[in-house]
Ligand binder design. Structure first.
Ligand code: ADP
Length: 556
């Protein structure tokens, strides 16, 4: 075609035609590569000609090109005649570089022998074997090698299919590790399970035994006993409870017990019960329980909580001990003390009167020795008087009759009087009054009773400090309170003793320091200070001394 004489449109049409042919040719090449065509008709000078593709097998070509395995064909010399792109990728080389190489290039020394064995075998018959290959980057690839001979035009060749086992191997290892872990975990679980079963069996046995123990114990003690849950509901009563109340469990389970407690004691009982449930502190109260015959008897109730390892309360165990007889005895004893002290008071008063008369006798000269005896008798009488007064006070307190009038009193003055008196009574002791005499510390109180308390502190300080004879007495203002204290440097008290000394008739039982006394002084003092709405207390260290004090609200 003479292009020089063609018009622009003709040239454009020619260009379009050529481009179309090019695209057609490209499509054809792709189709051949992908195996979509087996044969094609090509237009030539002698008309159309049919070309079939040699060894054309669409399925296999597509398969081999697309498959995930590497595929190569070797000649007798081991040279690669054909390779699919997957094999080239596996080896990390471009396809054109792979063809023409001997396959052994990709076999590491480690696997050479095995490879040779499989290949040799492969020339004889179809066979398989696992070998290692080494790629361009020096990485070993575990592969499954399958060999088949192919009869090509060029002669017999060997077709190799190579399956990369890397992922599979890794998965296998992973699986093995996981399997081992599973076996170990299984063994551990079984062991734990066995242990747990043993423990449960033992615990169940223990539990049964301890429950039986508890029931046996609870049903054979003379007290009433119960257990209650952390929320306060009773879930067990012992036999004694049923005997005493004459009730059945259904009647009084849960909170039904309230109807057995004397109505006058119920509020205080409930208050303490609730407080214990809330705080976990031991429940203790004396109250009256109704017997089956309708008579109320005094009982001492105590309940203690049973806690788990974390300190949470599981349940409470309670007992109610009949103290009716003790109460009666106590009352009789108090009555006796009251009557006896009252009876002692009359002859004591006249005795004191006569001793005073003898002391004041001036009509005739009295031998000096008689005066001495009179002095000693008078000291003894004072002691006796104090004892009888204390006994009377105790019985008055118990009968709720410790009554006295209240007035405004300056404690600075009261302390000064008490210290002055003490200097006369205990001349061998050194009293240091550290009160600032310029301050008036006015409170509403009964002066006689407060003096009694101060004197009780001082008498004790003297009694329990026989070696160090210094005693400090002090009245001072503390915030809006007046604090009166007596300090000695004597035997002191242990923390346990400190808790108990304010109880009635409590005395420290230490033979070494045993002195006379009935343990009434601090009990009476406590009652007096409590009646004044004040506070009584002690700071003390064993062997170092004590400071007894009381505090009252200051009057401005
Ligand atoms: P008592 O008549 O036995 O002294 P109190 O009620 O006055 O009775 O005191 C009770 C107990 O407190 C005493 O027996 C003693 O053990 C202890 N006590 C009181 N005051 C002191 C003190 N200053 N130092 C050491 N112990 C004291």
């Amino acid at each position: 075609m003479d292009t020089a004489r063609l018009t622009y449109e003709e040239l454009l049409a020619q260009h379009r035609e050529l481009r179309f042919q090019l695209e057609e040719a490209n499509d054809t090449i792709d189709a051949i590569r992908n195996g979509q065509v087996d044969a094609l008709i090509v237009k030539g000078d002698e008309g159309h000609q049919l070309y079939t593709l040699k060894t054309a097998d669409q399925t296999y070509r597509v398969f081999i090109e697309k498959m995930n395995e590497g595929a190569v064909t070797l000649n007798r010399g081991g040279m690669i005649l054909y390779s699919n792109s997957r094999f080239a990728t596996m080896m990390g080389l471009p396809l054109e570089k792979v063809i023409g190489l001997t396959f052994e290039t990709f076999v590491p020394e480690l696997s050479a022998e095995k490879f040779q064995e499989v290949i040799n075998n492969g020339w004889e018959e179809d066979c398989k074997g696992e070998i290692l290959l080494i790629n361009k980057n020096g990485l070993f690839l575990p592969c499954l090698l399958s060999c088949t001979t192919l009869d090509l035009d060029e002669g017999l060749s060997l077709s190799l299919i190579l399956t990369d086992l890397t992922t599979q191997k890794e998965a296998e290892w992973e699986l093995k590790v996981k399997n081992d872990e599973l076996i170990a975990a299984h063994a551990e679980t079984e062991k734990l399970n066995n242990q747990l079963e043993d423990t449960v069996r033992e615990r169940t046995k223990d539990l049964l035994i301890s429950r039986e123990h508890f029931k046996l114990l609870a049903n054979n003690i003379p007290q009433m006993a119960w257990t209650n849950l952390p929320d306060g509901e009773i879930d067990f009563y012992n036999q004694q409870w049923y005997h005493y109340t004459g009730l059945r469990f259904g009647d009084r389970a849960g909170w039904g017990w309230q109807r057995v407690v004397h109505p006058d004691d119920l509020q205080s009982t409930l208050k303490k019960y609730e407080y214990s449930l809330k705080t976990g502190q031991t429940f203790e109260i004396e109250n009256r329980y109704r017997c089956w015959d309708g008579v109320y008897r005094w009982h001492l109730n105590r309940a203690v909580p049973l806690k788990d390892d974390q300190g949470a309360i599981i349940f409470w165990v309670g007992t109610a001990t009949d103290i009716e007889d003790q109460k009666r005895e106590m009352e009789r004893k108090d009555e006796f003390i009251g009557v006896a002290s009252h009876e002692l008071k009359t002859p004591l008063t006249s005795l004191k009167g006569y001793i005073q008369l003898i002391g004041a006798y001036k009509k005739e000269p009295v031998p000096a020795i008689v005066n001495q005896y009179v002095g000693k008798a008078s000291v003894a009488l004072n002691k006796l008087q104090r004892l009888v007064d204390d006994l009377l006070d105790v019985s008055k307190i118990h009968a709720g009759r410790l009554e006295y009038a209240l007035t405004e009193v300056d404690l600075t003055g009261l302390v000064a009087i008490a210290v002055e008196n003490s200097r006369h009574i205990y001349p061998s002791y050194e009293f240091d009054n550290q009160t600032n005499e310029h301050y008036h510390l006015n409170v509403i109180c009964n002066a006689e009773r407060l003096e009694q308390v101060i004197m009780n502190f001082i008498n004790n300080a003297v009694k329990y400090s026989q070696v160090n004879k210094e005693i400090i007495v002090k009245a001072e203002m503390r915030n809006e309170l007046v604090r009166v204290s007596v300090t000695d440097f004597g035997i002191g008290l242990s923390p346990e003793q400190k808790e108990k000394i304010f109880e009635r008739f409590y005395r420290v039982e230490d033979q070494k320091f045993m002195t006379s006394g009935l343990g009434m002084g601090l009990y009476i003092s406590t009652e007096i200070i409590n009646n004044h709405k004040g506070k009584i207390g002690v700071e003390s260290e064993l062997g170092k001394g004590s400071t007894f004090y009381f505090e009252l609200p200051l009057l401005f």
